[in-house]
Design a protein around this ligand. Sequence first.
Ligand code: UD1
Length: 416
Amino acid sequence: MSQIIIQGGRRLEGTLTVQGAKNSVLPVLAATIIHPGRTVLHGCPRLSDVEASIRILRHLGCRADWEGEDLVVDAAHLNRWDVPDDLMREMRSSVIFLGAILARLGWADLSYPGGCELGPRPIDLHLSALRRLGVCVRETGGNLSCEAGRMAGREIALSLPSVGATENAILAACGAEGETLIINAAREPEIMDLQRFLRAIGCQVKGAGSSTVCILGRQRTHDAEFTVMPDRIVAATYLSAAAAAGGEVELQRVDYRHLSTVTAALHEAGCQITGGRDTVSLRSDGRLRSVRAVRTAPYPGFPTDAQAILMAALLKSQGATVFVETIFENRYRHVDELRRMGADISIADRVAVVTGVSSLFGAPVRATDLRGGAALMVAALTAQGETRISDVHHILRGYEDPVRDLRTLGAEARWE
Ligand code: UD1
């Protein structure tokens, strides 16, 4: 597998169009099977996780093909209800197919998704939501066998606002008789995008974006076209990159409102940021200040997916910044790699303290996970000399072509 080589020290200048959102398109791809017909997705990013979803769709008997820039799915001939272990392992979030298969067929067989690079990834909330709808779930030797017969809409109260559990519950509820109310639902913009897609194919869903989502199941669906929302974490990555490297960039096809906690931190660090209708511009002299404690939280709080990225941007800031990771147990694996580049970061349990250093140095480093890998790219832009990033398959799960995008903004980056 190739490596990404970045030569640090260049200011970033220019305009970049932000790709479609990974965390929106994955549940939307699962949702396409609810409609026994054709859906056309515009703005679908070309990511390895999207390719993994395509393999699942094809395994299930659907057609899923790129037609130019569009991804066209035809689920008319869906004829399987299982996702085998190798496809489940390729992408943890394939568990989102569970609710969609149940909505369409009434039964589903999946292997258990297990842990991942961010620590344990339980699905107890997904399963208890499905059980509320009348699904009988049998867990045997790493296998999940689910049978619903006819699901009935109910009230589902989530004990915490899990993104995946909210999505699985919404998808399953589309196949349940009557009304389902999801209480304490996750409020992430990607859930609003899933609602927008489901409405486009004829499902009745409302409330996404608030903590109560209401679904009236078993509606007649129809063919539709849909444009995937822009990726707010990719936008946060390139804003953080320009903040740290210095320069002036404009990102196009972004929703500024979804970035407010990240832009607030970058503003506090000393950047000038302006949001337009679907653009955001950032100007930075590259000399950042530390910011008040950054505590990750469910939306609209600071996104856990942007924690490593902001941390990387602040490695050379003046002063110290405290990070508190409240969502995932194991989300500081990038720290050892950043230390190899000269970063001063101490960790105690879920708290990390970043003390700004005067210089960072290019080094061979390894992407430990998707956003940890993106953090290495941000740090590399501000380091003296060359950084070689290996294990880039993690990065390609969420970034279409990071080298192309960094070069568009004037960075010295290449594949090797
Ligand atoms: C989604 C995003 C991921 C993001 C995360 C949090 C996708 C494809 N992935 O992941 O990028 O980092 O939201 O914003 O959209 N939990 C349980 N039991 C469950 C489910 C979750 O205890 O059944 C816990 C998790 O361990 C974690 C927390 O809830 O501590 C949040 O997880 P969740 O919101 O479910 O994240 P994902 O949907 O997996």
